[in-house]
Design a protein around this ligand. Structure first.
Ligand code: SAH
Length: 465
């Protein structure tokens, strides 16, 4: 048994879901951040539990062949990227294995009974994010800081460059830095609740090139805002929207609900496939639309639509998948918990001339069972659907939803997941209700991080196809 501060040498044999390397010392498992499979490393034990512990990398004795030099100088401190020191091919292999292992070990899906396609990777795994949120603060000397939070903390690491974001971010930050310095606008201080500028949100339409800048402030108005607008207009190509978001609460929530437009439009626009979306500062939008399009193409392929189907899109957000599928279906119903997202979904349907999509606000696990019961009572006929798509947040679906889905007996279920562990749990339930996993496709939307998206096609056993 190891103790805190012990120093041992381990061979990293596996990776955890969080991207830590896993090595063993005399049979005792250690999780070591910043290591890669194949590394031989000298590590210092930081924390011990009964059957495993956590250790810190002290020295690489022999670096793994899969290891590369991280591009970003602050990759280790920053909370954003976990696996920059793995080559991109190794990252993809890691994600593919993670999905396969979770489905087979946690989900009980038998190897060889389903088609597992090779993961769809990114052509360019850098600079893919269309959105960045930079916290603003000051160091002990009172100098202005803009950058990112260090992992699991609120201390800001100074950097204007993120290798996952667009290069416009650096230009915008430098304009705002200059504006704040010249006009003596104080950054917000989380401890005292004083100061003005809290965060800077920057979004860019990847296909349209439109840029949005939204400054989150702890005040009713941004002083000298006309000067900021002037500077941004003259220096930022593609600028389409400048606004402030008022957030006077002492909270970790970044955005405040009141938005004041300072210049241009209240939203920017971008496309996924042929569908145009309006994106306002508060709306959710996929951060990597290039890969999202590939993901949705898979959803469309798995759904096998002919134009005659009734489709449900549960956890629909701003209707992204619903609208993507609408042109190939008879009718699409979307369900989402956030009312503003449903407003966006309805608006997006209108600007794209889509009239066969209908949206409901509420929890999927409440809306669908209620719809099912009400319809059954009204018509005496068991309501059905041809295809049901779910795209839940990390915690996955509630059992009441899964059982209602099964009662509606869709021919196909397409499950889109951002967490393959909860996906596996839910697949286990759906298999028990008479569905079979047919196809699995992982898609990398977030290179350099441990996150991976998975699309699964399930078919009802009775509907052989
Ligand atoms: N399919 C959308 C969004 C997926 S993210 C897209 O691709 O853009 C998951 C969505 O589920 C979020 O919009 C979140 O607000 C919503 N959500 C979370 N819990 C929910 C619940 N219980 N019922 C319905 N929607 C929920």
């Amino acid at each position: 048994m190891l103790e805190k501060n012990d120093i041992v040498t381990v061979i990293i044999e596996d990776m955890s879901m969080n991207g830590e390397g896993i090595g063993k010392s005399n049979g005792y498992t250690l999780f070591v951040k910043d290591t890669v499979v194949g590394d031989v490393a000298e590590v210092k034990v930081m924390k011990t539990k009964k059957t495993y512990g956590y250790a810190r990398l002290m020295k690489l004795v022999t670096p793994s062949a899969e290891r590369i030099q991280a591009k970003c100088p602050i990759a280790r401190q920053c909370g954003g990227c976990q696996i920059q020191e793995m080559s991109y091919e190794s990252q993809l292999r890691f994600k593919q294995n993670l999905v396969k292992n979770n489905l087979e070990r946690l989900g009980g899906i038998l190897p060889g009974t389903y088609e597992l396609y090779p993961i769809i990777g990114m052509e360019e795994p850098w600079h893919y994010r269309n959105k960045a949120q930079f916290p603003v603060g000051a160091n002990r000397e009172g100098e202005l800081l803009m950058g990112f939070y260090a992992g699991r903390t609120h201390s800001i690491i100074e950097t204007e460059k993120c290798f996952l974001g667009d290069s416009v971010n650096e230009c915008v930050l430098s304009v705002i830095r200059d504006f704040m310095t010249k006009n003596k606008i104080a950054p917000y201080n989380e401890e005292t609740g004083r100061g003005i500028v809290r965060h800077i949100l920057i979004r860019k339409g990847v296909r349209t090139g439109q840029v949005m800048v939204c400054v989150v402030i702890n005040a009713g108005k941004l002083p000298h805002s006309d000067k900021l607008v002037q500077a941004l207009v003259s220096q930022i190509a593609g600028l389409a929207s400048v606004s402030v978001s008022i957030n006077r609460e002492n909270t970790n929530v970044i955005m405040g609900n009141e938005i004041q437009v300072l210049w241009g439009s209240s939203y920017i626009e971008d496309y996924i496939g042929e569908i145009l979306y309006r994106i306002s500062p508060l709306s959710f939008f996929q951060v990597n639309p290039v890969q999202t399009e590939k993901l949705y193409q898979k959803v469309l392929e798995f759904a096998q639509l002919t134009g005659q189907e009734t489709v449900w899109d549960l956890y629909c957000g701003i209707g992204t998948i619903s609208l993507f599928l609408a042109r190939n279906s008879k009718r699409v119903y979307g369900v989402e918990i956030i009312p503003q997202a449903i407003d966006n979904a309805r608006e997006n349907a209108i600007i794209n001339n889509i009239s066969n999509a209908e949206f409901f606000v509420g929890k999927s696990e409440e809306v669908l069972p209620k719809f099912f019961k009400d319809e059954y009572r009204k018509t005496g006929v068991r309501p059905t659907a041809d295809v049901i798509v779910v795209d839940p947040p990390r915690k996955g679906c509630e059992e009441t939803l899964l059982s209602t889905i099964a009662e509606m007996a869709p021919k196909r279920i397409v499950y889109v997941s951002c967490d393959s562990a909860t996906l596996a749990r839910d697949l286990k339930s759906l298999t028990a209700y008479g569905y079979e996993v047919r196809k699995v496709q992982a898609v990398d939307q977030f290179g350099q991080t441990v996150h991976v998206e998975t699309v699964v096609l399930l078919a009802c056993k009775e509907h052989r196809q």
